[in-house]
Write a protein that binds this ligand. Structure first.
Ligand SMILES: Nc1nc2c(ncn2[C@@H]2O[C@H](COP(=O)(O)OP(=O)(O)OP(=O)(O)O)[C@@H](O)[C@H]2O)c(=O)[nH]1
Ligand SMILES: [Mg+2]
Ligand SMILES: [Zn+2]
Length: 278
């Protein structure tokens, strides 16, 4: 019978088969031996023995968070504790873009951010909207509920950003565990320990454990360049322009940064990601 893996706890696989959760094991000897089942995987289950027999082909696959078959990613980003970071935001957008996942930004903790931060962030968020990304605040519950229909949405973001809290706001019956962010350390302590997929609002939502840093080393310079979608409309003199060492006369992207058509922090993060590859 066909099903979808919704949770994995050590070697126990919780598989949704016709809206019934079956606890299965996996022998690990699939046709393609390299495959390790992850949450979001569609699979064939032998109902008698409760073994996963086969993992069906994936639409996409993320290592961090470890999930498969995702349509859209809700990038949960706090304005404070942890501090707002365009670096992390741009990294997550990059990963989504390169895996054919629609990035959606959700801002949290506006209530505890200083007026200064709120003001600065406004222009930044307007820029993301302008280049085509939806931006929500976590108090816009009614609006957020509408984005999930017929989609698999993964919630991702820094630890302590408020992913599980947002689940609880969306459906108070969920009662997901949330954690205080350690003020002394200034960083979270990873409250959520496993990836979990649930059916809600006619869609499927996935909570994940947060992270404190993201590594882009598996992506090439060319991929990094492709993931900055708004750069594409600028036609530089050379097709293979990387918008870094080229002269500003030849580089339309650099000119657009100069004239503030491209957000300075977007460009700076782009340069940092590329230079890390060297
Ligand atoms: N003031 C304020 N606190 C919030 C908001 N959203 C979440 N929090 C708090 O932030 C802390 C961390 O929230 P979680 O929901 O556990 O964060 P998480 O992203 O699930 O963290 P991990 O599971 O570790 O990845 C908790 O103490 C929440 O109560 C918000 O909008 N405003
Ligand atoms: Mg959590
Ligand atoms: Zn250029």
């Amino acid at each position: 019978m066909k099903g979808q893996i919704v949770k994995i706890l050590s070697n126990l696989y919780f598989v949704n088969c016709n809206n019934q959760i079956i606890e299965c094991h996996s022998r690990g000897n699939f046709r393609n031996k390299k495959i390790t089942p992850v949450v979001g995987d569609y699979c064939i289950v032998d109902i008698e023995s409760k073994y996963i027999m086969e993992i069906l082909p994936r639409k996409n696959f993320l290592i961090r968070p470890l999930v498969a078959n995702i349509d859209q990613g809700l990038i949960v980003t706090s304005l404070k504790t942890p501090d707002f970071s365009t670096n992390l935001l741009d990294k997550l957008i990059l990963i989504m873009e390169l895996n054919n996942i629609k990035p959606i930004i959700c801002i949290t903790k506006e209530d505890i951010a200083s007026d200064n931060i709120k003001e600065n962030v406004k222009d930044t968020l307007d820029y993301y909207r302008k280049i085509g990304y939806e931006v929500f605040y976590n108090y816009e519950i009614k609006e957020i509920k509408k984005i999930f229909k017929d989609k698999i949405t993964v919630f991702t973001g820094q630890t302590g950003a408020g992913k599980s809290s947002l689940f609880n706001r969306l459906d108070p019956n969920l009662n997901f565990e949330t954690g205080e962010v350690s003020i002394a350390l200034g960083r979270g302590k990873h409250t959520t320990r496993f990836v979990e997929l649930i059916n809600l609002f006619d869609g499927k939502l996935v909570d994940t454990p947060g992270f404190s840093s993201i590594d882009l080393s598996i992506y090439s310079k060319e991929q990094i360049k492709q993931s900055f979608i708004e750069f594409k409309k600028y036609k530089c003199k050379y097709n293979d322009c990387m918008h870094i060492n080229e002269s500003i006369d030849d580089c339309e992207v650099k000119k657009a940064v100069e004239t503030k058509k491209i957000l300075e922090s977007r460009y700076q993060n782009y340069v940092n990601f590329i230079l890390k590859k060297e």
